[in-house]
Design a protein around this ligand. Structure first.
Ligand code: MCF
Ligand code: FE
Length: 404
């Protein structure tokens, strides 16, 4: 047993002072220190410095570890140009991103207080690095391919990767399924993969309605994807519609990434099916995509969480930076309330979306916690201060173990 005594603790809906936390792998009790030490006299005690805040570890629900090599290789500003540059540089980027490169990205997230991440794995090159990571990992094996005549081969490659990820037996590692997107995955494949996820109770995620090009292609078989599919795959129309794609996810609690171009009907379907939206503001800006309409999500009571996406469309994997950019992009959102929603989007809401017993400091939750060195007493405006000041993170606990 361990007891930690910070100056302040961020609980579910308030910040408290003068309490300590007793924990092993899970949080056991939150109470005054004297009470805890009496109950757990053999506990290892950590007393923290002035203005220390214990808060839940951060959760990055969507990151592409295999693309961590990119700095200047990929083209930014226009989604299709980015996609062409991915295809052109993919082999080099992936091959040059060795274990060290991937571990560096994972370590960087740890430094930034990320105790859980959702890895979108395109090729399983990141399996070992994710298996060895200190963090909790939801390992999303990606399925991609729009050509019906390739479906069997693509599907068996996907199931082989999924099976390989199932052999990783460690605490906090969860094999899962990613369906790349409506434009890039044939409905036959979508159906089969959703079936597996449902039967085996695996988490599901998909990129959805990211670009204007995706909207035009799915709705009308035109726009920038027309030339792309013609040139790359000799395909002259979309294999599905957005509405058909969404239907496959009925009865699942899928996380949809981007959703920056969804129409009203799709928003209603997302709300009706209780799906979660993953908000990646930096990625959207860099790839020339619109800004997520969070007002509309809130109106429809749709849960949204915040993630970095990969270094293929970001300059860092830092959720504090991500929240800050979002705060400034959504300039008409009420500042304090929106900042708090962002904090929830990297903690409690992300945990709930991923179905993990973490994201909040509460008895019975996994002990994923970080110590943030505030520089003064927290005020009711703490959420804004956390996002603006990027305070030092002095300790990181994952499943009760001190990892930083
Ligand atoms: O989320 C961003 C932008 N949207 C789509 N895909 C990706 C992103 N970052 C990396 N990707 C990957 C994706 O998983 O790039 C490939 C897929 O393997 C694009 S499709 C050729
Ligand atoms: Fe992505």
């Amino acid at each position: 047993m361990k007891i930690i005594t910070p100056h302040y603790i961020m609980l579910r809906d308030r910040v408290v002072a003068n309490l300590s936390v007793a924990f092993d792998k899970q949080i056991q009790k939150i109470a005054p220190f004297e009470e805890l030490i009496e109950e757990f006299p053999d506990a290892e005690v950590t007393t923290l410095r002035e203005h220390s805040l214990l808060m839940p570890g951060l959760i990055n629900a969507h990151v592409h570890i295999e693309f961590s090599k990119n700095k200047t290789e990929l083209s930014y500003g226009d989604f299709l140009n980015w996609l062409y540059s991915v295809i052109e540089n993919r082999a080099d980027l992936i091959n040059d991103c060795d274990k060290e490169c991937m571990s560096k990205a994972i370590e960087r997230m740890l430094e930034g207080g990320i105790t859980t991440f959702g890895a979108i794995s395109s090729h399983a090159m990141d399996l070992e690095a994710c298996a060895k990571a200190k963090q909790n990992v939801v390992f999303f094996n990606e399925l991609i391919g729009s050509q019906a005549n390739m479906a069997d081969a693509l599907f068996s490659d996907f199931t082989a990767r999924l099976d390989a990820s199932k052999t990783i037996k460690r605490e906090g590692f969860y094999p899962a399924v990613a369906i790349h997107s409506p434009y890039s995955v044939h409905p036959i494949l979508v159906k089969k993969a959703v079936e597996i996820a449902k039967n085996e109770n695996l988490k599901l995620t998909a990129h959805f309605m990211e670009s204007i090009a995706e909207r035009e292609w799915l709705d009308e078989d035109k726009g920038d994807f027309k030339e792309f599919f013609d040139k790359m795959l000799s395909q002259d129309k979309s294999v599905t519609s957005a509405e058909e794609f969404l239907e496959y996810f009925e009865g699942t609690d899928t996380l949809l990434t981007h959703v920056t171009n969804a129409n009203e009907e799709e928003i209603r379907t997302i709300a009706k099916n209780n799906l979660t939206v993953i908000h990646c503001p930096i990625s959207n800006r860099l790839l020339g995509n619109p800004t997520l309409n969070i007002k509309e999500l809130n109106k429809n009571n749709i849960r949204w969480v915040v993630a970095t996406d990969g270094l293929s469309s970001n300059y860092d994997l830092d959720l504090f930076e991500e929240m800050k950019i979002s705060l400034f992009m959504h300039s008409d959102a009420p500042l304090q309330k929106f900042a708090q929603a962002l904090i929830n989007g990297v903690t409690i809401d992300a945990a709930e979306a991923l179905g993990l017993n973490t994201g909040v400091i509460e008895a019975g939750k996994n002990a994923d916690m970080i110590v943030v060195d505030l520089e003064s007493e927290p005020t009711p405006e703490l959420a804004v201060h956390l996002i603006l000041h990027r305070y030092n993170i002095s300790k990181v606990y994952i499943n009760g173990k001190l990892e930083k």
